[in-house]
Design a protein around this ligand. Structure first.
Ligand SMILES: Cc1ncc(COP(=O)(O)O)c(C=O)c1O
Length: 382
């Protein structure tokens, strides 16, 4: 593992996610059919193993029946984009997501195509949102996205297209095709000149952390170990932790060792790209370029950045399975990092992990690729 204490931790910066945007996201998403807070599990055996007072894990696998937290962002951004477009086109000035879902504006929304790149979960969430809110959807996946993940997206009626290269190449292809055809990109990553949609996505993700804060009982968490791909989810968790807990828990950003673009950015002091195939079993975290918005939040709020090997994630999956929790490769990275840190005296000291620490983790996906899950854990995902 690699651990980098963030030299810029605590420096002042801009507000990336204003409070009003979260209030709107929460009001909309909690009104959707099928909305229910996901459970927060106490894991006392794992806390003993880690030598801390408490480990709690928010299990995102039941979220809207999609297997991950991603609908909170991707599907919410689809609804927001359609609402804005209906207003701009003079069709409806204040349509809410329930109006969209009812099909009342379907004639107008079906003329709108949204697109994005994905390594699985985001595309599935966007495709689900497109079906729910009645618009067309084209999803781009890179070479190594597995067939079960593609099938899960296509099941919602999206047109799924494969692109050569890695996730970042798929992001560029979605952008290029959108410009050619007049489609709308619903990306979970912000880049130069493209920040509004990913900001909306991140506002939606905050609900996951907000629920965890509501569910948390007793003295507040001291540490959050949060996995990152482009960093949007981690930044959303960061903002919400700061708004709900004072002092905010220490935030450790966790990435696969072959795709640690936030750690590289922390080293460089500016957004950095990790090239290559980004080979890792943690498919949702295989991103080589950080989201600009996420970086703006995390560069000052992250206590540390960590890069972990695949085996640590596989071990964490098996450990959770013993506790009847089915969490996928990308979803366990925070736990894997927490266990690695807790086993090393120096790392414990640097991050102030001690016997009285209370650790919050987000199990951001279930067995979203059941074949991979079975291969790693040796048991079928229920
Ligand atoms: C299960 C899971 N966890 C975490 C993440 C990381 O989210 P982000 O790319 O916003 O950092 C992803 C991204 O796809 C994911 O699928």
């Amino acid at each position: 593992m690699r651990l980098l204490l963030n030299p810029r931790h605590g420096t002042p910066g801009i507000v990336v996610l204003p409070a009003g945007g979260f209030r709107r996201a929460k009001a909309e998403i909690t009104s959707w059919d099928g909305y229910a807070p996901t459970p927060l599990h106490d894991l006392p055996d794992i806390a003993v193993r880690a030598g801390v007072a408490m480990v709690r894990l928010k299990d995102e696998s039941p979220r809207f029946g999609l297997g991950s937290f991603k609908a909170l962002g991707g599907a919410y951004a689809v609804a927001t984009l359609l609402t804005t477009e209906l207003a701009r086109r003079g069709v409806a000035s204040h349509a809410g997501s329930s109006d969209l879902a009812s099909g009342r504006y379907a004639e107008a929304t079906q003329a709108i195509t949204i697109t994005c790149a994905t390594d699985g979960n985001h595309g599935r969430a966007v495709a689900w949102g497109a079906r729910r809110f009645h618009c067309r959807c084209v999803i781009f996946v890179h070479e190594t996205v597995s067939q079960p993940r593609i099938d899960a997206i296509a099941a919602y009626g999206a047109d799924v297209q494969r692109v050569r290269g890695n996730y970042d190449d798929a992001v560029r292809e979605a952008d290029r095709q959108a410009q050619t055809h007049g489609w709308f990109v619903v990306s979970d990553t912000a880049y130069g000149g493209y920040t509004e949609v990913p900001r909306t996505v991140m506002q939606g993700y905050r609900l996951m952390a907000d629920e965890a804060a509501d569910q948390w009982q007793g003295p507040p968490p001291t540490h959050v170990f949060m996995q990152a791909g482009v960093g949007g989810a981690a930044a959303a968790v960061s903002v919400q932790m700061r708004s709900r807990f004072n002092p905010a828990p220490a935030l450790v950003i966790v990435e696969p060792e072959n795709a640690a673009c936030l750690l590289a950015s922390g080293e460089r002091g500016a957004p950095a790209t990790v090239p290559g195939e980004l080979d890792t079993i943690m498919a949702g975290l295989a991103c080589g370029e950080p989201s600009l918005l996420a970086w703006q939040e995390l560069e000052r709020s992250a206590t540390a950045f960590m890069a972990i090997p695949d085996e640590a994630a596989a071990d964490a999956m098996r450990l959770l399975a013993q506790h009847n929790l089915i969490i996928g490769e990308s979803g366990v990275a925070g736990l894997a990092a927490c266990l690695l840190v807790s086993a090393q005296t120096d790392a414990r000291r640097s991050l102030r992990v001690a016997a009285d620490s209370r650790i919050l983790l987000f199990g951001t996906e279930g067995a979203t690729d059941p074949e991979v899950y079975q291969r790693i854990v040796g048991a079928t995902a229920r």
